[in-house]
Design a binder for this molecule. Structure first.
Ligand SMILES: CC(C)(COP(=O)(O)OP(=O)(O)OC[C@H]1O[C@@H](n2cnc3c(N)ncnc32)[C@H](O)[C@@H]1OP(=O)(O)O)[C@@H](O)C(=O)NCCC(=O)NCCS
Length: 168
């Protein structure tokens, strides 16, 4: 199930981040950084084990970034990331301070399923690129920028309660 992370999840979150940051698939975060931003994280728990993580960064001109999305390789292609992205969108829809979600990703089809569209990275505000300074691929970024307007979803409230993966 998808749920909000608690401080007890910090080590498990860091383990997955470390695993994927080694080859540059994810930005490294210290345990302290994870603890400080634990409220931003969602986790996917399976049999008392955290096997998926994702975080949301709010605060950029009504933009919210979905980041640090990763699933334990033992459980790939079982729909876990799909549920985490859905949970992230549900969480963003509850907020008044964002109207667009974006992601920098290697998994374009995963986000296309939710209506994200490829955008030119140049369209993202400069502040977004601060994090890139710490990325292994900063001079040769091979991620695709994608964005999704949340306004139609907010207006239509299309996520029926019974279909929610978070707060259900
Ligand atoms: C990308 C990742 C999070 C996907 O997790 P997952 O739980 O296996 O994803 P799902 O099972 O929900 O996949 C749903 C769909 O997303 C797409 N998808 C999944 N993994 C993908 C990948 N590595 N590349 C491209 N598309 C991918 C596929 O269309 C898939 O549907 P299918 O299985 O019917 O073909 C996982 O492979 C991972 O942790 N990768 C390393 C970390 C990473 O790259 N993070 C950045 C992502 S923003």
């Amino acid at each position: 199930m998808v749920r909000e992370a608690t401080l007890e999840d910090a080590h498990a979150i860091q383990n997955l981040i470390c695993f994927y940051s080694e080859d540059g698939k994810m930005l490294f975060r210290t345990l302290d950084e994870i603890v400080q931003s634990i409220a931003d994280f969602l986790v996917y728990e399976m049999q008392d084990e955290v096997v998926g993580i994702c975080s949301l960064k709010f605060g950029w001109d009504k933009l919210v970034e979905i980041r640090s999305l990763g699933v334990d390789p033992r459980y790939h292609r079982q729909g876990i990331a799909t549920k985490m992205v859905q949970g992230s969108i549900e969480r963003a829809l509850l907020r008044d301070d964002c109207d667009t979600a974006f992601v920098l990703t290697y998994a374009v089809p995963l986000f296309t399923k939710f209506g994200f569209e490829i955008v030119d990275k140049i369209q993202l505000p400069q502040k977004v690129w601060n994090d890139c300074q710490a990325c292994l691929h900063k001079d040769n970024c091979d991620e695709t920028a994608m964005s999704l307007s949340l306004l139609p979803l907010k207006k239509l409230a299309t996520l029926k309660d019974s279909e929610k993966v978070l707060y259900s």
